[in-house]
Ligand binder design. Sequence first.
Ligand code: PAF
Length: 288
Amino acid sequence: MTTLVQTRAALAAALAEGAAAGRSRAVVMTMGALHAGHLSLVRLASEHADEVVATVFVNPLQFGPGEDLDSYPRDLDGDVALLTAAGADLVFAPEVAEMYDGEPVVTVSAGSIGTILEGASRPGHLDGVLTVVLKLLHLTSPNVAVFGEKDAQQLMAVRQMVADLDVPVQIVGAPIVRDEDGLALSSRNAYLSAAERAAALALPAAIAAGTATAGRGGTARGVVDAARDRLSASSGLLVDYVALVDPRDATDVPADHRGPALLAIAARAGATRLIDNAMVDIAPEEER
Ligand code: PAF
């Protein structure tokens, strides 16, 4: 039976029951508008702890001016039903005033990770994410927190914050979930028209092209070019970035890089900004 709580006090009371019984806890943080990707996080979380807390909160701090804060899809009843079916024990869905007593004066900085790729396109976004993630970690005090690998840079920023600020939680990454046509699941896919959705399939195709180039022993430059060429071939997309980066800090790998690297891409289909990524492995020179 899933319990819905919307205040800090009710959350603390509900968490106290599990703590008194010695139950370990995992948290899955979401902004609602849930899809199968979120539910896979809940299922993975339940493999890591006795009870799973899901949070549903559209965090104003991570939206920039002109972004979709007001129009972001909200359906708490539907989300609670999905979280119940996926096995969440507790849902924390606070109002904005419950989380922020006005504009916060002190926030978390994602540092250098927050200024490149997503951070360059969405200034302040990752700072806003880390600020709410740290607050939710404090409020739910979990043993484990599960984040999707689709938001790869968010995941690396969270890992870095937990390491740098000594936050006592284990961070677990969960694989990207894709639709049958290959498009990575995202709440924002709901914004796409049929034509935009068709154009958006260039994102998984670009990831596949880059991955194939790495598998054939291509260079870092070749991997990026293959992915960019595939994205650019789709007239319905505006490419934001294509990058091959160190999965720890999102910095570009050197031109002569061999071994694992994260291929990360972002593009706009109409008004909707989409991201995708995959780990690729550039074979050592002697294997070519
Ligand atoms: O990935 C998201 O949905 C959000 O960035 C998160 C982690 C819930 C913080 O608001």
